[in-house]
Design a protein around this ligand. Sequence first.
Ligand SMILES: [Fe+2]
Length: 152
Amino acid sequence: MRRLGRHFGEDEHTWALTGLFHDLDQDQTADDPEQHARLAAEWLVASNVDPTVINGVLAHAHPEFQTDRMSKAIVAADAVAGLLVAGALVRPEKSTGMKVSSIKKKLKEKAFAPGVNRDEIAQAEPNLGLSLDEFIALGIEGLQEVAPDIGL
Ligand SMILES: [Fe+2]
């Protein structure tokens, strides 16, 4: 999200916070998709977090909140992040030297990281105006930026 926000010349800190907070209530809403993100939103409202961040958090789980570029981006970014992390975990060198072409191959392998919603990744093109190649390249760059912190 940080890398994407920067790409669009938007406030990357806001985008990064949305990514950071999006699954904040996961422990408590894992069995309740309707409540997922809504509980997190309550906490974030109580903490006076930027409303655009809260909207983005809600948007990743509830389409009615997908109203602006960031709240659409979180859906595709969440999905591609899952694919990229899975892709890094099966490489000895993790995210170092990761190529768009190899991630696109993983995308087509339905058995690889089956929990990753391919349709959500495909939304980057209509919703963000990014080709699949551009979107994956930005995702790889974003992952590589934080790789030392997360062991990938
Ligand atoms: Fe979620």
